[in-house]
Ligand binder design. Sequence first.
Ligand SMILES: Nc1ncnc2c1ncn2[C@@H]1O[C@H](COP(=O)(O)OP(=O)(O)O)[C@@H](O)[C@H]1O
Ligand SMILES: [Mg+2]
Length: 345
Amino acid sequence: MSKKTPNTLTYPTSWTAKYSSKDKAMIRRIVDWLNDTSNIEKGWTRTLLARQATISSTTFHQIMDGTYPSPPTSHLKKAIEVMEHDVERHERGVHAKNFVETSVYGAVLAACKRAHIYRGFAVVSAFVGTGKTTAVKHYAKEHESAVLVEATPDMTAAILLAEIVELTGAVVHKSKYTQGTKAEKMRAIITALKGTDRMLILDEAETVTPQCLEFMRRISDKAEVGVVLSGTERLKPLIKDPRGRFGQISSRVIFWPQVIKGITELDANALTRAAMKDDDVELTDEILDAFWQMCDGSARVLCNSLIPGVRDYGLNKGKELTPELVFGVGNKLLGFERPKSPRGK
Ligand SMILES: Nc1ncnc2c1ncn2[C@@H]1O[C@H](COP(=O)(O)OP(=O)(O)O)[C@@H](O)[C@H]1O
Ligand SMILES: [Mg+2]
């Protein structure tokens, strides 16, 4: 089954007494929205919706199953608001990002390929904002067989397994009384993955509970599928120590590149060019260098703060794009210091 067609969500068949008819209507609306093909393609899942709405995934899963013991109204309103914002963002083109094959993407691609081919573990550690999530999402979009799980800090093994079930379309034996135990979900996932060319990617892997990684290892072992763990610099030492929390995994890692501390100057230049391709400006070497100096090795600072800031506070006010404008915006409006000696030089 393709990952683009995960399990269709259904309306709850029973509700606790705390659900009003408005709550039930909101749940139906959320279920319909999550089942919508275009939203599935955009990667929306219950877990992602919960995360964006800042509802604990455990709570949200309970609410959506009709088993939440308290009035769920305020949580549901938050989820609906996230959905409405997403529609608005798409209308305004905020999501239209230009993907660039950065050095971080290169490292992620190598890790994914090795894990995929050799069906083992690959670990990518890179500082925040360097483009890990963008890279793994791109890989998963390009490779039908890759299953991307985006971890949440409160992700328990139960939520992780529910998420993998949803993403892989694994068929869990459910009774009238339970949605399937962890063991049943494991069995279903292994059956769904074994003998296939699929692989799993866990993003933000350093944030999950040890039990989650233990389940990833067992899935990898039993189903014989590769796993990529992507995370910050905190991930590597967590797994590296064979006697540490995740020691069981360290002996299975087949690919383990150096921790990536930042994007390179070439990355920064390429990202700036791609992000500003529709702005009517000339990107001289000096301007590119100013963006590079001010971004501090972070693709996020560059693409999500500096460039929009330069646009909003400079270009849209009729100012000319100069290195001084870039330094000024970074410094005055976003609070970044201009480095005394440029990074990496
Ligand atoms: N390869 C890329 N192409 C285009 N933009 C990128 C790329 N990598 C990162 N970015 C930009 O940087 C931001 C942060 O990247 P993200 O993948 O969330 O970093 P991380 O997961 O390492 O914290 C993204 O929202 C995007 O704007
Ligand atoms: Mg990330």
